[in-house]
Design a protein around this ligand. Structure first.
Ligand SMILES: [Zn+2]
Length: 267
């Protein structure tokens, strides 16, 4: 069994003390590939560097909606330069966050739109962070990323309702499923994860955040993607091996990563 953690912030300080050990524990749990997204320019540089150092890590670069004020021409040019690296395979995480609302909506939307354009210019997927803003995020994506040249869309830590999930799937988006799947009140998410076509789902942890039960309250790490996979298998009534094979394959096609290159890197 091999699992792909499509969203883990392994570059952050929370892993400075035991990053190598966290990778080892992940591999021991069958989690052998990692996509490290970014939230600002500094984390984009760290994510790209980590992907350059480790053959089991790929990176996304981008500015999170909570940092949208940072996205000026110079930052955009720096992100563009990082996208030239072969293991930088996506733009993210980008989107809208009306929970924290750190910036005026027009500033947040402008940063979102500019980074969708950046992804389209490079033909790479976008990884979307969306909190309390799913309707607007879907509107922006419809306006800015449809027709010829549209890039794949991953709605990370999907938190929309059933209608929004259906609309996302109709458009061919991927839904990122993580620790919240295990939370007591996540009935809506479990129903979506049960009904969605398996081809549209990828797994993630969002480490060091969103730790699954029963570890909630502690730092999350990529090995817990195995717990998310196990829960998804129970919810769908299928074998864990089937969940692992399908979601890993989905991640490979989404990020255009060859299966052989991922497997050769198992350590
Ligand atoms: Zn994240």
């Amino acid at each position: 069994m091999t699992l792909f953690d499509t969203h883990c912030h392994l570059d952050v300080e929370a892993f400075n003390g035991d990053r190598g050990a966290a990778f080892k524990r992940a591999h021991a749990a069958g989690v052998t590939a990692f996509l490290n997204p970014a939230f600002d320019l500094a984390s984009s540089q760290r994510a790209a560097a980590l992907a350059g150092q480790r053959p089991d890590v790929w990176a996304a670069v981008g500015v999170h909606p909570n940092d949208a004020g940072e996205l000026d021409d110079a930052v955009l040019a720096s992100l563009e330069a990082l996208l030239a690296q072969p293991r930088v395979v996506a733009v993210g995480e980008i989107g809208l966050d009306y929970h924290w609302n750190r910036h005026p909506v027009d500033v947040a939307k402008a940063a979102f739109v500019r980074q969708i354009a950046l992804a389209r210019a490079h033909g790479v997927p976008v990884i979307i962070h969306c909190r309390d803003a799913m309707a607007d995020a879907l509107d922006v994506l419809a306006a800015e990323n449809s027709g010829p040249g549209a890039v794949p869309v991953l709605l990370h830590a999907f938190s929309g309702d059933a209608d929004q999930a259906r609309e996302a799937i109709r458009r061919g988006y991927w839904l990122g499923i993580g620790g919240p799947l295990t939370y007591p009140r996540a009935e809506t998410l479990r129903a979506i994860a049960q009904d969605a076509p398996l081809e549209r789902l990828v797994l993630e942890t969002d480490s060091p955040y969103l730790t699954p039960d029963p570890w909630r309250g502690r730092r999350n790490e990529p090995r817990h993607v195995a717990d998310v996979a196990a829960r998804l298998a129970v919810i769908r009534g299928i074998d864990l091996a089937e969940v692992a094979a399908a979601t890993t394959q989905n991640a490979h096609s989404l990020f255009k990563i060859e299966s052989s290159s991922a497997q050769a890197n198992t350590r």
